[in-house]
Design a protein around this ligand. Sequence first.
Ligand code: DGY
Length: 322
Amino acid sequence: MRKKVFVTRKIPEEGIQILSEHFDVEIFPKKRPISKEEILVGAKGCDGLLPLLTDTIDAEIMDETGVKAIANMAVGYDNIDIKAATERKLPVCNTPGVLTDATADLTFALILSVSRRIVEADKYLREGKFVGWDPMLCLGGDFKEKTLGIIGFGRIGNAVARRALGFGINILYHSRVRYKNEEKELGVKYASLDELLERSDYVSIHTPHTSDTHHLIGENELKKMKPTSYLINTSRGKIIDEDKLVSALKDGEIAGAGLDVYYNEPAVHPGLIELPNVILLPHIGSASLGTRTKMATMAASNLKDALLGKIPKNIVNPEIYQ
Ligand code: DGY
């Protein structure tokens, strides 16, 4: 009998094709994130589960549905209780690498847009306020010889650094480990978190959300940033204490922020919505057609391998196979 898999949302067809060749595939049909109750019903009796970063996969879902493998369609997997999965010897997979460039591109779009006030300027023009070139209109931040501080120097942080080099900006990074080769190759310099915050004109977050990085950027950290600096986050909302960010933006402790992710996604802090010096995007870091297709095929291949008894390439808890 063919195994059954449950996909929690419509994903690019190429991913579904990989699954359909081997398994019976059920897809949650609604155009909104699935609820926990709906996962419990939909995945009940299925062998494999392909969730999204919007789906919290906890021990109850693992036990009640009886799934044997989980392949998240995201590089981040803070939506899945990895400890519970490992205890149950359930393989959990993610989609690293394929979204690096798209996310680094969007990070740069945010850096440029927030500092050069692109959204504000577009609105100004559409409102009919553009009456002629004005030497004082929409003055924003500079790049050349300024400093970009990258927190988390994995694949995406590294790709952001490579893009930044073209702008003639100096680069600091903070990470759990030193990247000596990149220091030589790219000229990036390691800094403590405090030093990075104090010296950077742009601070961009590229670390995963874990218990160690939860609220990594709070009141004290925001106070260390320059009043002319910008904070960019395309990683996970819970890395920033959002209440404190709103206060820092309102009080002029920092100049602006570009955000793609939020503390209580999809809810956005009402204080952020009101502020003109913030650009708010609906978690679209990886949203290019090519990237989402690769994420879907990678997640599907991971699930296929796990269910066919192979060790999937992108396993996040390989210890279950020891
Ligand atoms: C991920 O894969 O974790 C990203 O946040 C999706 O854009």
